[in-house]
Ligand binder design. Structure first.
Ligand code: NAP
Length: 329
């Protein structure tokens, strides 16, 4: 099998290299692509040196089975035709195609079968903060139904790529930020992606719209506030949910514990709850602080944490490829 990584030098691209080493996709050849900035750079994969090629409109993608793209929405839009025209399936980490009706938006634990319905051979990987939220919500949605969701996120700097990571690292020494509009060290910035006319940020509206698409339910009432915090890796989320029916709290916890891709960390008596520092380099979604919200009927509060570069990006994309292969077998 031939796999291509587009955006290999980036935060997500580098994680792709690690994850492909760790999982057992039968990779015969791996191609790496980037812009002028990283073309010619050499990365190791399974002991072999691979040189990054310049992404161009040519036939480099002939024979490629899967292209894992994480080079920004503009690049994905510009190169989708070049990447897919010889038959490659493009699994795209950017926001370019997520809401297009003929492009499935897939989290394998939630709607894996949608991956097969990809007439343009493009499958979109959802936004990082949405992926971990829907993994936690899916078992609750199936068992109790969901009427309304209130998301409040605490998102790591690596979610903004290597530039975000550098802003926190250098900000500790008093350097001015380059990626964020304000210093992130010692600060929380209630602004991720651009502001829209409705006063929300694009990141917030991604959470609203992508959750509806992945769960296949346009009737869901959802609101979100997304905040950048001085953490390197791991997004944390407070999720307030109004379920569709009454529940028993102990039973609900076992429903969550049995959910695909979920690890429960919920033992307040022993100070056990999900934290970003514990989920780094893990592929699962950690759920804790599960408690009733008595201010509304059938209300519930959850605290949900996952590694944004792994489950929030690279792992999910590789799992989509694995799911696609499994379902096509
Ligand atoms: P990043 O660290 O800034 O890396 C960007 C990558 O894109 C670099 O490898 C860069 O290569 C490449 N690139 C940019 N312009 C290009 C072009 N014209 N042709 C070829 N390659 C080009 O960003 P990142 O965090 O990895 O994010 C990449 C994408 O994944 C974005 O769309 C982002 O929204 C999405 N994503 C990120 C996360 C996350 O948690 N970080 C999560 C989900 C989705 P050069 O170095 O050669 O320019």
């Amino acid at each position: 099998m031939k796999i291509a990584i587009v955006g290999a030098s980036g935060a997500v691209g580098q994680e792709f290299l690690r994850i492909l080493e760790q999982r057992d996709l039968p990779i015969g050849e791996l191609l790496l692509f980037g812009s002028q900035r990283s073309a010619g750079r050499v990365y190791k994969f399974r002991g072999k040196d691979i040189t990054v090629k310049l992404l161009q409109h040519n036939d480099d993608f002939k024979g490629v089975d899967f292209a894992l793209t994480s080079a920004g929405a503009g690049t994905s839009r510009e190169f989708a035709e070049t990447i897919t025209r010889h038959g490659a399936v493009m699994i795209d980490n950017s926001s370019a195609f997520r809401m297009e009706p003929d492009v499935p938006l897939v989290v394998p634990e939630v709607n894996g079968r949608d991956a097969l319905d990809a007439p343009r051979r493009i499958i979109a990987n959802p936004n990082c903060s949405t992926i971990q939220a829907v993994v936690a919500l899916k078992p609750l949605y199936d068992k109790y139904g969901i009427k309304r969701i209130v998301y409040s996120t605490y998102q790591a700097v690596s979610g903004a790529g290597l530039g975000g990571y550098e802003d926190l690292k250098n900000g500790i020494n008093g350097e001015a930020p380059k990626k964020f509009p304000y210093p992130i060290f010692g600060n929380c910035i209630p602004h991720i992606d651009v502001f829209l006319e409705n006063g929300y940020t694009k990141e917030e509206m991604k959470m609203v719209n992508e959750t509806r698409k992945i769960l296949g339910d346009d009737s869901l009432r959802i609101t979100a506030t997304t905040v950048r915090v001085p953490v390197y890796y791991g997004h944390s989320e407070s999720i307030n949910v109004e379920l569709g029916s009454a529940y028993d709290l102990d039973e609900l916890k076992s429903v969550l514990a049995a959910g695909k891709g979920i690890i429960m960390a919920d033992d307040p008596a022993n100070l056990k709850y999900p934290m970003a520092i514990d989920c780094e380099d893990h592929d699962e979604v950690y759920v804790g602080r599960v408690r009733r919200d008595d201010s509304v009927e059938n209300g519930l509060n959850l605290w949900v944490v996952a590694d944004n570069i792994r489950k929030g990006a690279a792992t999910n994309a590789v799992q989509i490829a694995e799911e696609y292969i499994r379902r096509n077998a």
